[in-house]
Ligand binder design. Structure first.
Ligand code: FHN
Length: 471
């Protein structure tokens, strides 16, 4: 072979290798228990979940009674994990049921606090890892029915929140430290039989919740990371199927699911399982994601259930408001956690934050609800959000400029007609400084104030990247 021919053969080989590798890369792995849908859900129930944008989380259970202390010793780990942290045997821990009296519990008061904070949905721990149920389940005695309180707390919560127009969602832990058939790993035939019984128990409880509380809009599953679960693609698939049989438009986060190859949240083909990405815990993404997502946040560093001694950094209202704005600007939902006290009341610090956030939302919620990502880039002063239904564009200003001038970069050709602070009717002075920049005379604001400006673009200009899926 002469040199030219050799070169031709070499190039041909390279080309064939590239074709084979590309074909292999594109070939999807056949999966029975993988994602059941590719892309975002487009139905009204899911659009409502998106439009809600701001939610509340409630962690309440037997762990709320010791509040982070056991036999006089403080456990700084998450309060709802105290059974594990203090290695409390079942028989001893179960005695906490005798102290579940809840003299101050009033679901309507919880719902009022949530409503005034401005949340549109609330997620409550029907059962956390400890296994104690806030509803009178017929599948176990370890429930609220067998406490001095005795009433159906979950029903009171569902009724009170629904009456306030707040959607209810159920947190449900698959891990159940109290159930004799729960297995973190399956090592023997006995384990396997026990775990099969546990699966039936779980399916029964999930069905019971959907049937007895038909107002529930969706489930927030947790405790799905143990080896027994990571090998249980078919079980998580069965739960998802059962939920949809009972309530076709039910919403379920990705944390429930695992495929047959052990991939969690996203299946082995990288497709999201469930309706939204549920992995954002105490953190937010820095860029837009291709799927729906929700972030859940604690007020202290890592306490979900009630801990009587919060330690470390406690977030203030502005930090939390900024997170709400950031989540919206990236097409995500933000959920703020509350850990009610053992007497059933909500602690003072949480009530104060709820009031402060609620004050801000009452004035500026227009830039959050029904909103999502704008086509404009994040800028030093804060976040853009956009409402695709009204074609309104908002600037959530988290860094008030010392110069009093807000420099706004816009895509070429964008014409801003007007800029008005929310809550005012007086337009701000607006100048075009260069072809891609406007300068807005900022309103008078306290140095730590977060405020919102509403921009009107020239007729016909679109504001958002956030395009609500077509129904
Ligand atoms: O272990 C739980 C924890 O207690 C809390 O419920 C959080 C809430 O997102 N989820 C688990 C940890 O990921």
């Amino acid at each position: 072979m002469n040199f030219m021919k050799k070169q031709l053969v070499f190039v041909l080989c390279l080309f064939l290798t590239w074709v084979t590798v590309t074909a292999q890369a594109q070939e999807a792995i056949p999966l029975k228990y993988g994602a059941q849908r590719i892309g975002k859900r487009t139905d009204p129930a899911m659009q409502r979940w998106r439009d809600n944008r701001f939610g509340q989380f409630i962690h309440f259970g037997l762990y709320s009674i010791p509040g982070g202390y056991w036999k006089g010793k403080c456990y700084n780990g998450a309060a709802e994990w105290i059974k594990s942290g203090a290695r409390i045997p079942n028989a001893e821990y179960e005695k906490l049921t005798e102290q579940m009296v809840l003299p101050e519990f009033d679901a309507r008061e919880w719902a009022r606090i949530a409503k005034n904070m401005g949340v549109k949905y609330s997620v409550i721990t029907t059962k956390h890892h400890e296994g104690f149920c806030l509803w009178p389940s017929k599948y176990t005695d370890y429930t609220i029915a067998n406490t001095p309180f005795g009433r159906d707390l979950l029903k009171e919560y569902v009724d009170a929140y629904t009456a306030e127009g707040i959607d209810v969602y159920f947190y449900f832990s698959i891990i159940d430290w109290n159930h004799k058939d729960w297995r973190g790993s399956v090592k023997s035939r006995e384990d396997s039989l026990a775990f099969e019984r546990f699966k039936t128990f779980t399916l029964n409880q999930v069905s019971e919740l959907i049937t007895n509380y038909p107002e529930v809009k969706g489930f927030w599953f947790d405790g799905t990371w143990d080896p027994s679960m990571v090998k249980s693609g078919s079980f998580t698939y069965d739960i998802e199927q059962r939920m949809h049989e009972l309530k076709p438009d039910i919403i379920c986060g990705s944390r429930l699911r695992v495929d047959e190859k052990g991939a969690r949240h996203f299946d082995s083909n990288k497709n999201l399982m469930g309706d939204y990405e549920q992995g954002w815990e105490r953190s937010l993404p820095d860029a837009a994601l291709p799927n729906d997502w929700e972030a859940v946040m604690t007020i202290p560093e890592n306490q979900w259930g009630y801990h009587s001694s919060w330690k470390g950094h406690i977030k203030n209202a502005n930090e939390l408001i900024e997170m709400i704005a950031k989540a919206t600007s990236l097409d995500g939902n933000f959920v703020l956690n509350f850990g009610p006290k053992s007497d059933g009341s909500i602690r003072k610090e949480e009530q104060l934050l709820a009031k402060q956030i609620g004050g801000w939302m009452a004035k500026n919620g227009e830039a959050i609800y029904d909103c999502g990502m704008a086509k404009f880039k994040e800028q030093k002063w804060g976040y853009f959000t956009a409402n695709p239904k009204t074609n309104a564009l908002y600037m959530v200003v988290t860094n008030h400029p010392a110069t009093g001038q807000l420099k706004v970069n816009v895509p070429q050709g964008t014409v801003i007609d007007q800029c008005i602070p929310l809550g005012s009717s007086a337009p701000l002075k607006l100048e075009k400084s260069t072809k891609n920049e406007y300068v807005i005379q900022a309103p008078k604001a306290k140095s730590n104030e977060i405020y919102v400006l509403k921009l009107t673009l020239k007729k016909g200009d679109s504001v958002g990247n956030y395009v609500a899926p077509k129904m």
